[in-house]
Write a protein that binds this ligand. Structure first.
Ligand code: GN1
Ligand code: MG
Length: 360
């Protein structure tokens, strides 16, 4: 760590304090406080992100664009940006080959692991919509695809089939539940890919991972201040971001819920998020895209469950785990969330129509 800190801190590494930040499933993250202020230090997971220079190039393009777009939006809004090493490089590779980088720290903020009030949910939606609005005129081709196949559901199904073929384990009842669940829902999984190929939906620059833990709130006002965790920013579908944000924030018990039968999709939180989203994004989504919100939401929760169970079958190589069954438990949570979404389809679709309609 000393060797790494020396790259980013002008002062002796001894003069800093370090604490673990967040609970990401992929990278390792620390908050570093020094006499010169605070910053976020991260060690990238090179299995997941094999091209760190693409990520850093994307972050630079993003920062430049957002700087040019600085405009009053009625509340505090800040964007985190890449901090170069002391020698001016965008990242540092240590002796073991790990990539390290520093990002600015947005002070006076907190995250809410559970979005439990409509006021916060509206802020979450507004923040995502505002982010999309700020990026609407940044051509998607200017950014690298740092994770080819990210949010491409048919590809996740292929990986699942492969992992199942090669899996050493087929045992438990929970696994059988997951396998039956996937088998019953795999048809129709190419909905977004088909719409994309037919030019019905637009590829834009999107966040890629707008889950609850990636939205910063001002500690004093409780208003949203920033979307963080920008490694997945790149060409994608705004619809996928909306689906991912809803599947995360409306699952009030969270992704690691112990009692899976209590997992529910909260429609009131969904209503507030969508209302906030449209107030921040304006008319970014076409009527056709708005008509796909429900299915995207259902498929996004299904996709994450599928990714978790595939990783479980493949021996937990992608998502960090603290015990061998964790990814199976996470898959169960997502699949129970899908069931809750399906049970409430009529209500959710009515909300989408009601809120989306006002924005036509
Ligand atoms: C991963 O690392 P983290 O926690 O920000 C994953 C997301 C998932 C999320 C589920 C690059 O994000 O796609 O939705 O876990 N990120 C990547 O918690 O795969
Ligand atoms: Mg992430």
């Amino acid at each position: 760590m000393e060797e790494v800190l020396r790259q980013f801190c002008p002062h002796a590494p001894g003069a800093v304090s370090i604490s673990v930040l967040g609970q990401g499933n992929i990278n390792d993250t620390w908050l570093v406080r020094s006499a010169d202020g605070a910053f976020v230090l991260q060690r990238l997971n090179s299995q997941v992100f094999p091209h760190p220079h693409w990520i850093m190039a994307n972050l630079a393009t993003l920062s430049r664009h957002l700087l040019e777009k600085e405009e009053p939006c009625g509340q505090r809004w800040e964007n985190s940006s890449l901090l170069p090493t002391r020698s001016g490089a965008p990242f540092y590779t240590d002796h073991a080959g790990h990539t390290w980088r520093a990002m600015s720290y947005i002070d006076g903020t907190i995250t809410h692991p559970a979005i439990s009030t409509s006021a916060r949910a509206r802020q979450v939606g507004w923040a995502l919509g505002h982010f999309h609005h700020l990026l609407a005129d940044l051509p998607a081709e200017k950014l690298h695809d740092t994770l080819p196949g990210f949010h491409v559901l048919p590809q996740y199904l292929q990986s699942f089939d492969q992992a199942l073929d090669q899996a050493a384990t087929r045992g438990s009842g929970d696994l059988h539940f997951c396998l039956d669940f996937v088998a019953a829902r795999r048809s129709g999984a190419d909905l977004l890919e088909r719409a994309r190929r037919r030019g019905k939906i637009t590829v834009r620059v999107v966040h890629g991972d707008p889950k609850a833990a990636n939205i910063l709130f001002d500690a004093a006002t409780d208003l949203a201040v920033s979307l963080i965790d920008l490694d997945t920013v790149g060409p994608g579908l705004p619809l996928s971001d909306i689906g991912d944000c809803l599947r995360s924030c409306c699952n009030v018990l969270g992704e690691e819920a112990g009692n899976v039968s209590a997992v529910e999709f909260d429609v009131e939180i969904c209503r507030a998020i969508l209302a906030g989203y449209f107030s921040g994004a304006g008319a970014l989504l076409s009527g056709h895209e708005r008509g796909l919100i429900f299915e995207t939401l259902r498929l996004t929760a299904f996709e994450l469950g599928l990714r978790f169970v595939s990783d479980y079958l493949a021996g937990n190589r992608y998502f960090k785990v603290s015990h061998g069954e964790e990814n199976l438990g996470r898959a169960l949570v997502q699949f129970h969330l899908v069931q809750s979404i399906e049970r409430q389809q009529t209500e959710i679709e009515a909300i989408i129509r009601e809120i989306g309609h006002c924005r036509q």
